[in-house]
Each structure stands twice: as C-alpha cells, then as structure tokens.
Design a binder for this molecule. Structure first.
Ligand code: GLC
Length: 737
C-alpha cells in the first residue's frame, strides 16, 4: 500500500500542472516570474536542485533537462566576450566564429567620467554576449584602486567609490537589457593579486562601508545586478565566496539582493560554509582560474554530492538549497529562459566604433607644454614613432580578460591610417619586453628566439629621433606577468624594460617628444620635466590605434580625467606608507582606513605627479563663481550648486566639472573633500553653460561605526568645484542645521 501511495505521490508531483493554455506555469512567460519559480521548484527532485548549484563544465552550470530548463552559460570578461574554451579546460576550442570586438579596459571607461559612455559600453558588450549565447557576463569589476601594484587594476574603475558607483550602473543596465546577467566582481576587498587565493583582509567598518562597498551597493541597488561574483580572498576569516557577513548580512539582507552569488573559479573551500554563508553557484573548483587542477570533478564539488549527503543526513536543511535554486531560477527566467530577450549582434563595426568613442573620451592628456600636441600632419615632415607599445597587441593576455579579437589597430597602424603620406613616419622598437608569459595557452617561444640587444635597440631609436620633427614614444606596461595582469602584481612602480633611461636619452636628442603611456595603472615618471607632452591612453581595445591617432592629430579634443592618483613614488601611496602591502601572506591590514588615493594626498599634503580627476584639453575652460540655492540646509532639503563654465579657447571641447564636499568639523576624522558629483559638458569656443549639482543629506554622511549606520553632523560644509581634485576653481560653504 505504502509503495502505491509513494508512486502516486511521485506521479502527482512530477506531472506538470498545466495552465488553461496547456503550458506549465513555469514555462508560461505570461506568468509572473515569482510564480514560475515556485512552480518549477516544486517539480524538481532534490538531486536536480543540488545540481543547479554547481558547474557542469568550465563555464556552464546545469539546467534541468527533464523539465526543459536550459543550462546556464557564462563568459568572461569585462572588456569583451572571451573565446570559446573546451568543455573542461582553459584552452581555447579554436572556433572560427568567436573573434570579438575588444572594448577599452574599464580604467579607460572610468576615465571618460561619462555615464553615457558607460551605457554605450554595457549595451554593446551585452549585445556581443547575447549573440554568443552567453547568459552571464563575468564582469564588470569594481574593486577599489588601493595600490598601483595590483595587477588587475586595469579591469576596475579607479580609487574613488563615488566615481565607480556612478560609472558601473549604466554598464550593468546596458548588459542586462540584452537578457544577459552582469556578474559584478570581485565581492569584496580583492585589491591585490599577490596571495589573492586566501589573504585575509583586515579593514575598519568605516573604510569597508565608505570606500570598498559603495560600488557594489550601487551595482545592486541602483544597477539591479542579477548576479555578483565572490572574491578569492578572505574577510573576517571566511572566504568571500561563502561569507556570512558580506553575503548574508550585507548583500542579501541589508541590500535585499535577489540575484545569485557565483563563486570565483576555485574560490569555494567548504561545503557547510558554501551552503550556509550565502553562495548560490559553485564554479571552477580545483582551478584558481589560472593553474590546472582536477578535471571532470563536478560531482565532487563542495555543493555537489557532499551537499546532497548532508541534506539526506539532515545536517543541512533542504530549505537552504531551495533558496539557492530560487535565486538561480530567477536569474534563468531573466536570461536563458527569458523569451523576449533581443538577439544581440557580434563583431560589428557599430561595436568597434562604440569602443573607439569610449577610448577617445577616456584618453587623458596629462601634460602639453608649448602646445606640442596636436600634431598638424601638413606641417610635420617627419614623425619618429618609438616603443614596443606602438605595435604590441594588448587585447591578448592579462588573465581571464584576455580576448581573441576580430582585429586590433596598434598605435603605429592608427597613425599610418590617419596620416597616410602627409608626413614620413619612421619606427624603432626602442625597448622590448621578454617573451616570458607562460600562462597564456598561446605562449610559444619562436624557434631560435634571441632576447633583443637593449643597447642596439636604444641606438636605433636615438638615430631616428635625432632628425624627426616630433618623436612619439609609446611605452607603459603590458599584459605580461608582473605587469597589468591577473594572478600577479607589479614588482615596481617604474616603467619596465629600461624605458625611463630611453625616454631621457630621446629627450636629449629631440625636445619635441610626446610620451604616450599604454597602461592600466599609474607609473613613476622620473623624466616628467624632460618631456613637454604626456598622455595616458590606457588599454583601449580593438580600435585603440585609431582612437589614439585621432587625439594626437586633434580630430578629437582629449577630455579624459584620471580615475586614480598618479603619485611621484610608490611610498607616497598610503597602502605603502601606513597600510600593509602585500601583508604577511596570511593577513593584510588596511591601516590607512578611508584615506585612499586623493583622500590621503590631501590629508598628508602630498604633492602628486598628476592628481585624481586631472586631465587637460586642447582648449581652455574658465570657471565662474559657484553659488548656492541657500546658505543652509536641513534634512529633506536639496541644495543646488550652480557654476558657469566657459570655453575660452579656439576649439570645441569637453570638460568634466567636479564637485567635492568637505565636512569642516566632525566628531570623527574625515577627508578634506570627497567627490560627490561630476558632469561632463561640451562647449564650442566662447560658449558658456551653467552647470548645476544637487546636494542632499546623503552626500554629507559618514559611516558611524558606533551605531553601524550612516549619519551627518550639523555644522559647516565646504563645497569645492573644480577641474580636478587639486584644481579647485571655486569654493563656497553652507551650514547643515
Ligand atoms: C578568474 C577571475 C575571474 C574570472 C574567472 C573565470 O580567476 O578571478 O575574474 O571571471 O576566474 O575566468
């Protein structure tokens, strides 16, 4: 009899309940998602639920074949859609249909200070992901720039939580409008690559809430991110991929996150913690995203059979799995099972031009004495282009953000495309990086390869520099190990491969030299006084050469601003002066607290090489006086700051007007000023616009550790409006009553 009842029960439970139109509720897209989730959940067996919580291959996780619920496909990375890899390997699958468009690195996007560029970025990369059938894009990254040695800074948006918070939201919305989940990473406190797999970060609550969490909070609460990726490192002794504090208390309870938490690849270390401390989907176990590990081990994953056993034994309740399954199903109904998502597009000229526009708006003109730039090709007979970075492919390498691109225009090609025969362009390598990057599966040392003779390279460069009208030196970093690359940090703040000496020698033979830095990080510039022009061009993707050339010849007036401080020397950075880096391999103490970047430079009165928010133009902008809509404000008020800005130069240009606020007196130490607003405006010569910012009480608050909440104290607040964090053009103040 019992057997009969059991059989009947199974038949009832697993026979799809059909709606009037004969479609099961969970498959009926006219039904609300929450209803569909509950319908699907109650049809699934325990085994099917557990399978949903872990990988089935390198970049996919299970669906429910019996119910027609598709598997979930994800792909790196933040700058473009990674090539297809083999089922269970990092190695490329050698498809002939997956060469993508590489968009600029996220430091370049941040440097645009333009939320419209972020929306364009998200839409474009989302279309590429959708076309390639990817349901989850493993990006963007918004970890804060704490040290210039962090190998992955190029994947993130700089040192300021407000800038990162504003710039990440449109990107997420743009991606998700394609029915692709953004997976914002790496949550949280993943600010170095050294010891990344386990280092335990010790940071004050104040710094956690004011500096390291805001961009993730904005991603969830303003951007509506459908997934979050846990970080490799630890916080409070728990790995961030299963962390009671970050995932359960803050992300899911305080921020009401309804999406799925996906582990970093190899970031899961314990079944009980993974089950109970907020993880929903385990990926990449037994490989840290770089090294090799066990293969085809998916049923041994921490959230696979070991979890099933613990549920069957009663040690872990089935409800724990149900919550994960609800979140995963919600992500599926938004993506793989979303029946009205667009079709996407891939490798298009539209996307290439989007990338070029982002790059053109992100390139930062750091210095331009004697208006050496822009070049006028009709008046320039001979241009000497020097440096390996004028020709080096930068979209390949650097770890998981590495891309197989449809094409990449190098700076030298971009100059030749733009200038043609109007001027003679000569080229010399000048310096060369060794072929040492063994981590990229494509790494092959050509037969008989001989390391280049540095002296010979330098001599050749000096020879062509001597009689050129202008020298364009392309240097910086690259995606090799210990450069701008995942898995390792830089070993020095200086430019590698003897570039500093070469630049000095070149400047001796030709005063008309512009140095263009290709990097995702700040670098030391001991030669800064020896060269009239310096530009930061970032890693700017498929169209980088065309974007850089268009700015160098003045087709485009540069308008980027630095999203991180360029200090004179490494020890000027607080992480190296008062904080710990890289820590003792077990713990790393963020002793500098909230004083990261310009916050520290202001407090310590440190003169920087180039400050946060700095960026020049080929024109000049004149700021008038800032005025306030009222001399005081109370809770609930909105105070408006207005300031006229005029283009007093000869060419049209864009300016990023920045608003900083400082609390004159407070019961806790606060920075002199903090970024609380920015607006990018375009002005024709002689055109003037009045720029307005609204200030609310939230802009005045600090995180009060004694009450675990945000609060603002009454008193005087200073308002600084300027063209960078140190180039303040007008200051006013008001009272909070
Ligand atoms: C890597 C990275 C992560 C990436 C993942 C998949 O280790 O940390 O950003 O998305 O693994 O490649």
């Amino acid at each position: 009899m019992k057997k009969l009842f059991k059989l009947l029960a199974i038949i009832c439970l697993t026979t799809p309940v059909v709606a009037q139109n004969n479609t099961p509720v969970y498959l009926d897209s006219s039904k609300p998602i929450e209803q569909r989730i509950e319908d699907a959940l109650q049809r699934m067996t325990l085994e099917e639920k557990v399978k949903l919580c872990h990988a089935q291959s390198k970049f996919s996780s299970y669906g429910v074949p019996r119910l027609g619920i598709p598997e979930l496909w994800m792909s790196d990375g933040p700058h473009g859609i990674r090539e297809e890899v083999l089922w269970d390997e990092w190695k490329g699958a050698a498809w002939t249909s997956d060469s993508c468009i590489a968009f600029p690195a996220l430091t370049c996007l941040a440097a645009t200070w333009d939320v419209d560029m972020s929306a364009l970025y998200g839409k474009s990369i989302g279309e590429e992901a959708r076309y390639r059938g990817k349901d989850v894009l493993l990006g963007p990254g918004v970890n804060i720039y704490r040290t210039p040695l962090n190998g992955r800074n190029f994947e993130y948006m700089g040192e300021d939580p407000y800038l990162s918070s504003r710039m990440v939201v449109p990107y997420i919305k743009g991606v998700q409008q394609n029915g692709v989940a953004a997976c914002v990473k790496h949550f949280a406190l993943n600010n170095q690559e050294k010891y990344r797999g386990h280092i335990n970060v010790e940071v004050s609550d104040r710094a956690l809430y004011e500096i390291y969490l805001p961009a993730f909070k904005a991603a969830v609460m303003d951007g509506g991110a459908w997934s979050i990726m846990g970080a490799y490192n630890q916080y409070k002794g728990q790995h961030c991929c299963h962390n009671q504090y970050l995932l359960n208390d803050i992300l899911k309870k305080d921020w009401k996150f309804d999406g799925a938490v996906i582990s970093d690849w190899g970031g899961v270390h314990d079944t009980y913690q993974a089950a109970n401390y907020g993880l929903d989907l385990e990926m990449g176990t037994w490989t840290d995203g770089l090294s090799w590990g066990k293969t085809d081990a998916y049923s041994n994953y921490y959230l696979a059979n070991p979890l099933l056993e613990k549920i069957k034994s009663g040690e872990i309740k089935e409800e724990v799995v149900n919550d994960k399954v609800r979140r995963l199903l919600r992500m599926m109904f938004r993506t793989s099972m979303n029946t009205n998502k667009p079709w996407g597009s891939f490798g298009t000229e539209e996307h290439a031009l989007a990338g070029r526009a982002i790059a053109q708006n992100g390139i930062v003109l750091l210095k331009n004495d004697k208006d050496l730039l822009p070049i006028n090709p009709d008046k320039t007979k001979k241009i000497a282009v020097i440096g390996e970075n004028a020709v080096k492919i930068m979209t390949l390498g650097g770890g998981s953000s590495s891309l197989k691109v449809k094409y990449e225009v190098s700076p030298l090609e971009g100059l030749k495309n733009r200038i043609g025969n109007a001027a003679e362009i000569t080229y010399a390598t000048g310096y060369a990086s060794p072929l040492t990057d063994k981590r990229d599966p494509k790494y092959v040392v050509p037969e008989g390869y001989k390391a280049p003779d540095a002296e010979k390279l330098m001599k050749e460069a000096i020879d062509i520099a001597k009689d050129a009208d202008i020298v364009l030196f392309f240097g910086g970093l690259n995606k090799n190990e210990n450069q701008d690359s995942e898995g390792t940090d830089r070993l020095s703040y200086n430019l590698p491969y003897g570039q500093d000496k070469l630049i000095t020698e070149l400047a001796k033979v030709n005063k008309n030299i512009a140095v263009i830095i290709i990097s995702g990080n700040a670098v030391a510039m001991p030669w800064v006084k020896e060269v009239p022009s310096i530009m930061e061009a970032w890693f700017s993707g498929t169209e980088s050469g065309n974007a850089i050339a268009s700015v160098l010849v003045g087709d485009v007036n540069p308008s980027g601003k630095l999203p991180m401080t360029f200090a004179v020397k490494l020890e000027d950075y607080p992480a190296h002066l008062v904080g710990e880096y890289p820590g003792d391999s077990i713990n790393v103490k963020y002793n500098e607290g909230i004083f990261v970047g310009y916050r520290w430079m202001d407090k310590n009165k440190t003169k920087t090489l180039f400050p946060f928010g700095h960026g020049l133009s080929y024109t000049k902008f004149q700021y008038g006086k800032a005025t306030l809509s009222a001399p005081a404000m109370r809770d609930g008020d909105v105070l408006t700051v207005s300031i006229p800005v005029k283009n007093i130069g000869k060419v049209r240009g864009k300016e990023v007007v920045q608003l900083y606020i400082g609390d004159e007196k407070c019961s806790v130490e606060r920075p002199l000023k903090e970024l609380k607003g920015f607006k990018k405006i375009e002005l024709a010569p002689n055109e003037e616009k009045v720029v307005e910012f609204n200030i609310t009480l939230d802009d005045l608050k600090f995180y009060d550790e004694s009450v675990h909440d945000w609060k603002a104290e009454q008193g005087k607040f200073n308002v600084f409006v300027g063209a960078s964090s140190t180039d303040i053009r007008s200051a006013v103040n008001f009272t909070l009553q």
